[in-house]
Design a protein around this ligand. Structure first.
Ligand SMILES: [Fe+2]
Length: 306
């Protein structure tokens, strides 16, 4: 696992940052389309003014095959040096849960930045970025939720765990890993590691008296931003109320469930900034993505519409 000791510092020019999740570039590519054009984001975002685009997971399945094309697409909108990728569950498909080093290599080869358990600094803002896999406990019975997830989530067929160390073999790089599938128990273990990292970072004093702290994750942090809840919802969202109560978090951006919802949890505006798959239906109560995804400028209130 990668451990980033030094924060990534993004140059502060305009102060504008966007966070978008679930581009699923390979799904759009198959039908000759692009995720931004398909959702009015090509003309709907101030691309030339953005200091950074943070992608909160699910850039594309099978990263060793598909990420280079996804980065080439992103380059049409924003310079790679301003692009930061936080991995989502799909970014491990046809790959390994424990191959973040290789995902970082793919990202840096494209001139972009990889952020798994990594702090980003921009002006007086800090962003704490991690996949933050679920703890399955949203409905109280984690074991029951793990059993539902095991039966219904593709993650447990598509993602492998690597049992050896060292460079990936040619067949592994082509997405044909020796198949030892991950389990919900592996995910719960990783949740605990990533949550602990996040809590450690949130507990560090901010260097600026009026500085803001944001969390960026792929999985959801609170039921109020989950939409309709069923037996599979704990595979997508945790209930991290203790973190919201304990730490000052000015905003939280995530994706995964593809429901563009927002909630105000205490002082924190929680935004789901998913683009989602082509042709995916979105409910009438979902919010405009181009509003959800722009981080408010310092001095403006970070509040959410519901
Ligand atoms: Fe997704």
């Amino acid at each position: 696992m990668i451990t980033f000791s030094a924060p990534l510092v993004i140059s502060h020019q305009t102060g504008k940052v966007a966070v978008l999740a679930d581009l699923h570039h390979d799904s759009y590519s198959k039908i000759g389309r692009g995720p931004f054009e398909s959702h009015g984001l090509d003309n709907g975002l101030p691309w030339a003014e953005l200091d950074a685009l943070i992608i909160a997971g699910d850039l594309a399945d099978a990263p060793f095959s598909h990420w280079p094309a996804a980065f080439a697409y992103l380059r049409r909108f924003i310079d790679p040096s301003k692009t930061i990728v936080v991995p989502g569950n799909h970014d491990y498909y046809a790959g390994y849960l424990n191959a973040d080093d290789e995902l970082e290599n793919l990202t840096t080869a494209a001139g972009a930045h990889f952020a798994q358990q990594r702090e980003i600094r921009h002006g007086d803002d800090r962003y704490f970025c991690t996949t933050l896999w679920t703890n399955f406990a949203l409905l109280g019975d984690a074991q029951a939720a793990m059993n539902v997830a095991r039966r219904h989530m593709n993650d447990y067929a598509q993602i492998s765990k690597r049992l050896k160390t060292g460079p990936l073999s040619p067949s592994e790089l082509l997405g044909r890993p020796p198949h030892v599938a991950i389990t919900p128990e592996d995910i719960l273990t990783l949740h605990k590691v990533q949550r602990q990292w996040l809590e450690d970072k949130l507990s560090e004093p901010h260097w600026a008296s009026n500085g803001r702290s944001f969390a960026v994750s792929h999985h959801g942090p609170h039921p109020d931003s989950a939409g309709q809840i069923d037996g599979l919802t704990p595979a997508f969202h945790s209930d991290l109320t203790p973190l919201f109560d304990r730490y000052r978090i000015d905003g939280w951006y995530f994706g995964h469930s593809h429901r563009r919802l927002a909630a105000q949890v205490g002082r924190t505006a929680v935004h789901n900034v998913s683009i989602g798959f082509p042709y995916e239906k979105h409910d009438p109560d979902e919010l405009p993505l181009k509003e959800l995804c722009l981080v408010p400028m310092p001095g403006t209130s970070v509040t959410s519409r519901r």
